[in-house]
Design a protein around this ligand. Structure first.
Ligand SMILES: Cc1cc2nc3c(=O)[nH]c(=O)nc-3n(C[C@H](O)[C@H](O)[C@H](O)COP(=O)(O)OP(=O)(O)OC[C@H]3O[C@@H](n4cnc5c(N)ncnc54)[C@H](O)[C@@H]3O)c2cc1C
Length: 464
């Protein structure tokens, strides 16, 4: 009998049985604790059959074992920054309570539990002058970020964040607890770095930290009226930067809300983000011509402690509904700039909150010491269109984002990054992975999750 064959009472009984198998708190719909499934991205409909508020790898293993026997699926969520819609045939493991993080300054490593955010690691590493290779927002979960590869504000200088993973501990689809390193279960170590939760639920990770105590960087914000000049100049200027400097540009229409500074709130602005981790005088000199293309309305660039790396992008903190589309580009030509400005520049009628162009290349283009399931190292730029799909512009947010990505096709590699590709796109796997990677991920999933317990969300499986 499968789950969907069960009458309502049978379903409730089956789920009640979950409590006998798992030591962690279990919440069914309407019960206290169920609300902890609410994701950061409020656009996702997260309505699982039950929520397990995991506190250990055993809770995860016992949940997966139970689900496999009873015909449930299992999804995992830490912060909900990359939330997927979760339906009532699925038990949701919420790892948000597993926030442990221990730093070993001698080996320059951190051991991080499944629910830790980058902020937890930044805080633990900073007293030792060490840096964790987070993304733009320190509030994103470490494991969710790393299983998608992870492209951070220093990407050109340090490369892909998941290349700095030393080991993962995980629970496979059969409920087995395993360790994955380059030597131990190397197939899992390969697939977990890029394959999201296809091969299991990670319960802990060990990562390298870098000796970076401070950086020269931040963002220079210009009035939206100067967007055409700023974007055109940025496109010319950034190609001259050495790989020890990373940069991105964003067309912003930030709402008036707590945390958004007054000069940026409710206005159309453009931000140039900039990060260098050494040779600060040279970095300042190189930024000068871009700073001078128009009059900045806010300039946060300076020498900052690495723990303040989140200030570069200043991503929103509070939960909000978000929808995004994304594409990778081979080049950023004058024509590409014109397409972006026509779609999101002055007088475009754009309803997107952020149109973000990150320069890639540099260290990202080089394969890490151990190959992984992350593809598309050859992309030169990543364009991400982010909007708030709320009435009255919900439909326009989605259709404008799709239209912009379609118009960028002539310069697109056709690829997408695992952490930015929309999860509700049926063609996602084909855009995120090359054919061989897709095949090997699906093949490993058959081996480690034969019953298809994790067959939901962004996982890669053979069709059927
Ligand atoms: C404001 C913002 C800024 C961002 N900036 C960047 C950035 O700079 N660079 C970048 O690369 N990405 C970035 N992202 C994307 C982000 O890295 C992904 O959405 C990531 O999956 C979020 O992880 P999470 O745990 O916080 O989210 P969750 O929604 O909790 O998890 C998302 C997915 O991660 C996987 N996952 C989570 N926990 C586990 C686990 N224990 N085991 C296995 N898989 C797991 C699952 O597939 C899960 O569905 C950003 C997202 C937002 C909203």
């Amino acid at each position: 009998m499968t789950l969907t064959d069960l009458p309502y009472d049978g379903l409730a009984d089956a789920l009640t049985g979950l409590r006998a198998h798992v030591a962690a708190p279990v919440a069914l719909p309407g019960e206290a604790g169920y609300e902890q499934a609410a994701p950061w991205n409020l656009a996702a409909t997260v309505e699982p059959a039950a929520v397990v508020l995991a506190t250990s790898a055993y809770d995860v293993a016992n949940t997966v074992g139970f689900a496999g026997r009873r015909g449930f699926r299992v999804a995992v969520q830490a912060t909900g920054h990359g939330a997927l819609s979760v339906a009532s045939d699925t038990i949701l493991v919420v790892t948000a309570g597993m926030t442990g993080c221990t730093v070993d300054p001698a080996t320059r490593t951190a051991r991080v539990a499944a629910g830790a955010t980058w902020q937890h690691v930044l805080d633990a590493a900073a007293p030792h002058g060490l840096a964790a290779l987070c993304g733009s927002s320190p509030n994103v979960g470490v494991v969710g970020f790393l299983t998608g590869g992870g492209v951070g504000p220093l990407v050109r200088t340090v490369g892909l964040s998941s290349d700095y993973v030393r080991s993962f501990e995980l629970v496979t689809g059969t409920g087995q607890v395993l360790r994955a390193t380059p030597e131990e279960n190397p197939d899992l170590f390969w697939g977990l770095r890029g394959g999201k939760s296809t091969l299991g639920i990670v319960t802990a990770a060990e990562i390298d930290l870098l000796p970076i105590a401070e950086f020269y960087g931040g963002a220079v914000y210009f009035d939206g009226a100067d967007a055409t000049t700023v974007v055109r100049e940025w496109a010319r200027w950034c190609v001259e930067l050495p790989e020890r400097i990373s940069t991105s540009i964003a067309l912003l229409r930030l709402p008036e809300m707590p945390g958004v500074p007054e000069p940026l709130a409710g206005k159309f602005t453009v931000a140039v983000r900039y990060v260098a981790v050494d040779e600060f005088d040279d970095a300042e000199r190189r930024l000068a011509p871009l700073r001078a293309v128009a009059t900045p309305i806010v300039d946060t660039v300076g020498v900052l402690p690495y723990a303040a790396i989140g200030a570069v992008h200043a991503d929103p903190v509070d939960p909000m509904p978000v929808s995004e589309n994304h594409t990778l580009l081979r080049e950023f030509t004058t024509e590409t700039v014109d397409v972006i400005l026509a779609a999101a520049g002055p007088n475009s009628g754009s309803v997107q909150t952020i149109v973000d162009v990150r320069m890639l290349g540099g260290a990202l283009a080089r394969e890490g010491a151990h190959r992984s399931a992350f593809c598309h190292r050859d992309a030169a730029y990543a364009v991400t269109v982010i909007g708030v799909p709320a009435p009255p512009v919900a439909e326009a947010v989605r259709s404008q984002a799709d239209a912009l990505v379609a118009e960028l096709t002539p310069w697109s590699t056709g690829g997408q990054l695992p952490n930015f590709a929309p999860s509700d796109d049926a063609g996602r796997a084909a855009r995120v992975y090359d054919e061989d990677t897709r095949h090997w991920l699906a093949d490993l999933a058959e081996r480690y999750d034969p019953a298809g317990v994790f067959r939901c969300g962004q996982v890669v499986r053979f069709v059927g």
